[in-house]
Design a binder for this molecule. Sequence first.
Ligand SMILES: NC(=O)c1ccc[n+]([C@@H]2O[C@H](COP(=O)([O-])OP(=O)(O)OC[C@H]3O[C@@H](n4cnc5c(N)ncnc54)[C@H](O)[C@@H]3O)[C@@H](O)[C@H]2O)c1
Length: 258
Amino acid sequence: MAQTEGRLAGKNALITGAGSGIGRASALQMAAQGAAVMCADLDTQAAEGTVALIAERGGNADSLGLDVRESDQVLAALQHTAGSFGSVNVLFNNAGVGGGFGWEDTVAINLGGVFNGLYHGARHFAAQGGGSIINTASVAGLVGLTGPHVVDADELDPGAGAYVAAKHGVAGLTKQYAVSFGPHGVRVNAIAPGYIETPMTAEARDDAQTREYLLGLHPLGRFGQPQEIAAVAAFLASDEASFVNGVILPVDGGYTAR
Ligand SMILES: NC(=O)c1ccc[n+]([C@@H]2O[C@H](COP(=O)([O-])OP(=O)(O)OC[C@H]3O[C@@H](n4cnc5c(N)ncnc54)[C@H](O)[C@@H]3O)[C@@H](O)[C@H]2O)c1
């Protein structure tokens, strides 16, 4: 059951990739604002860890194991969340992987996983008269990526192209579902983070040359914190964002402003 106080009181959220980074911070943030949160992740133990953190803070959460690549698992997760909390009205399609996974896995997780969430989530929310769906895109959903090293085509990391293509796909799906399901009261938006200090970016941030290069791409001169994405996710989930639909919102310290 949802709590009765807080900006998200009465909201019940399903968050994918909730075991780490942006997903964990968003689960904590939404729970702190009164939502009941189902923490879903491929790494079930990590999702349980997030639930424990929420419980320590007096929030309401539960966890489930989920592979977003599997359409039937995503549908079952929505149904399980609705059964546990009485309903589900916020879906954060956040699970994803970084570079180095190659074309098929990157697209299956980062784009296919979001599609599975939208496909089942939008129908579920439309049937109950509304809801808010948030997708995690990336600055790589708006522009191509650059790196510190000058490389020729043969040396290009195939994961980078796949990541950029998948995230641009997330932006496209966000717009299409916003258009198609807006008339049913379903808002669909995406967040496009710049580089955020999560395990996904640890390797890049640990390499001195790469770190300096990437910092220079952010006019604020620093990387973002997962809480800074979570704050925006909580806003988009809330009724304060009641007229926000179909946006790909950069939260990137100015990365895409030039
Ligand atoms: N960290 C950044 O700088 C950054 C920037 C832009 C976009 N993003 C996006 O933000 C999202 C979250 O990334 P993060 O930085 O928090 O990474 P993270 O690695 O800290 O967390 C990702 C979580 O997703 C889970 N996951 C991976 N594959 C899954 C699957 N098939 N099914 C279910 N769960 C799965 C992982 O187990 C992990 O807990 C991703 O979509 C990522 O592409 C991150």
